[in-house]
Design a protein around this ligand. Structure first.
Ligand code: SAH
Ligand code: SF4
Ligand code: F3S
Length: 469
């Protein structure tokens, strides 16, 4: 039987996807585009005139959620304009706000056609078909028993030299402040064979660096080809065998799941980049306990020490929350002390934002807004100094750079250092996709300027980075 022909008979439809939130959402947005491609949807640059718009949302802090409703306000006009020209714009809200608020979204914004949670993306074609046959809206925020990964098509669109690959989703940790266990559901790890197969396809499409993603990526415990549960250390070792893959990263990790095998992997796998995002949130044991983080400040410091022993050039990033309920001035000082002790290459810090339905939101002793601002400001000033110091320490250093594409100026290439710093160099666009030895010649506020030392890569994973003597 020959399959039904497409192309000449199926008119091309324009799909615009807007993404907020974490890299998991970026990955999911690409998968939604993949699942809609067979229906004739091709990516569009703007919402204006699009046949379908997907807003992939984040619920992590109040500010993130609010962005959805301001965007929906703007889209009401674009949707009307599309109808005025005799077309139709299917408007879908996906992601964590969709999961958390469900039907409340259509109540507040009736022009939304589809509301779908992160576990329902494989059902998108069926929902689009339902909506184009009838009027009204479709809401799908169950956690279906079958895993979405089994039902999504293979990754189809090349992502470029740096690719993301979701290996784990959901979270069972229930930190006091966090919505993720409610929006992403229970922890689930994809089987190792599926991960490795996807990684090989990404490399065949031009990926040189793969970042493994998960809300709790180092809690990974996927089924191995041998039937045993594989930890992340084991998976990384298998990933490192993939020919043509030069660099590996993983994010986001929890300090509690940093086991010895994973720590050892940092010393044994040259392709595993010497940069780790390890959120600690607070340096106070009292606050860490109230947050339900399951470790103390000393235990975090011990993990950092072990990591640095395994990989001396490892640099760290983290997340901090200023003003969790009950946080005193003394607790805040403990956070500043922890930051000083560790020395971060970069980090994110946030003002505590009460999220409906989480234990901390209803806790007594909420910290006043002005005090949260003040503490956040202090944390950020310290982190900024550390980041500047780290960047300056790279001056004159030799390092391998993965070039990803053209830079902002003519004749300029953009890339990433082993520590994820944005890098630019003079060089031909054809060098994109290569890992090349470079020397850092200048430090800019948000990037490093480098000189390419040899314009041919060996194709081998980079060696441990060597600092210029
Ligand atoms: N799984 C990761 C974090 C995911 S959320 C982990 O366990 O560390 C990303 C970051 O957002 C968190 O690390 C935390 O610093 C911040 N965050 C989460 N909920 C928050 C809230 N209610 N208010 C402020 N920041 C929050
Ligand atoms: Fe949220 Fe905590 Fe789970 Fe991270 S570990 S996703 S902060 S509940
Ligand atoms: Fe946001 Fe959901 Fe990611 S709440 S941070 S998009 S898991």
């Amino acid at each position: 039987m020959t399959p039904a022909t497409t192309g000449t008979t199926t008119p091309r439809k324009r799909l615009f996807v807007k993404t907020w939130g974490c890299q998991m959402n970026v990955y999911d947005s690409a998968r939604m585009a993949d699942v809609l491609a067979p229906l004739g949807y091709a990516p569009a640059e703007t919402a204006d005139g699009a046949d379908m718009v997907i807003l992939n949302t984040c619920h992590i802090r109040e500010k993130a959620s609010e962005k959805l409703f301001s965007e929906l306000g703007r889209l009401r006009e674009a949707k009307r304009a599309r109808e005025a020209e005799g077309g139709r714009m299917v408007l879908a809200v996906a992601g964590c706000v969709a999961q958390a608020e469900g039907a409340e979204i259509t109540a507040r914004a009736p022009h939304v056609d589809i509301v779908l949670g992160p576990q329902s993306y494989h059902r998108l074609p069926e929902m689009v078909a339902r909506i184009t046959r009838a009027t009204g809206s479709v809401i799908e925020t169950d956690f279906p028993a079958e895993q979405k990964f089994d039902h999504l098509p293979e990754v189809s669109a090349p992502q470029g030299p740096i690719a993301f690959l979701t290996i784990q989703e959901g979270c069972d940790k229930f930190c006091s402040f966090c919505v993720v266990p409610y929006t992403r559901g229970a922890e689930y790890s994809r089987p190792a064979a599926a991960v490795l197969a996807e990684a090989k396809r990404l490399v065949a499409q031009g990926a040189r660096e793969i970042a493994l993603l998960g809300q709790n990526v180092n809690a990974y415990h996927g089924e191995g080809p041998d039937g045993a549960a594989w930890g992340l250390g084991r998976l990384l070792r298998a990933m490192a065998e993939i020919e043509g893959l030069a660099r590996l990263r993983y994010t986001t990790s929890h300090p509690r799941d940093m086991d010895d095998d994973l720590i050892a992997a940092h010393g044994e796998i040259p392709a595993l980049m010497p940069f780790l995002h390890l959120p600690v949130q607070s340096g106070s044991d009292r606050v860490l306990k109230a947050m339900n983080r399951g470790h103390t400040a000393a235990e975090f410091l011990a993990v950092v020490e072990k990591l640095r022993a395994a990989r001396p050039d490892l640099a760290l990033s983290s997340d901090f929350i200023a003003g969790h309920p009950g946080e005193t001035q003394e607790d805040h000082q403990a956070t500043l002390r922890l930051i000083e002790r560790v020395g971060f290459a970069q980090a994110f810090s946030f003002k505590y934002s009460p999220r409906p339905g989480t234990p901390a939101a209803g806790a007594p002793l909420q910290v006043p807004e002005t005090e949260k601002d003040r503490r956040l400001h202090e944390i950020q000033a310290l982190l900024r100094d550390q980041q500047d110091m780290f960047n300056r320490s790279r001056l004159g250093m030799r390092m391998d750079v993965l070039f990803t594409g053209s830079g902002r100026h003519a004749g300029q290439l953009a890339g990433r250092s082993p520590w994820l710093q944005p890098v630019h160099a003079e060089g031909a666009a054809a060098l994109a996709g290569q890992v090349l030895p470079c020397e850092v010649i200048a430090i800019h506020p948000n990037s490093l300027a480098v000189r390419i030392l040899a314009a041919s890569s060996t194709g081998d994973p980079p060696n441990q980075e060597k600092a210029a003597a």
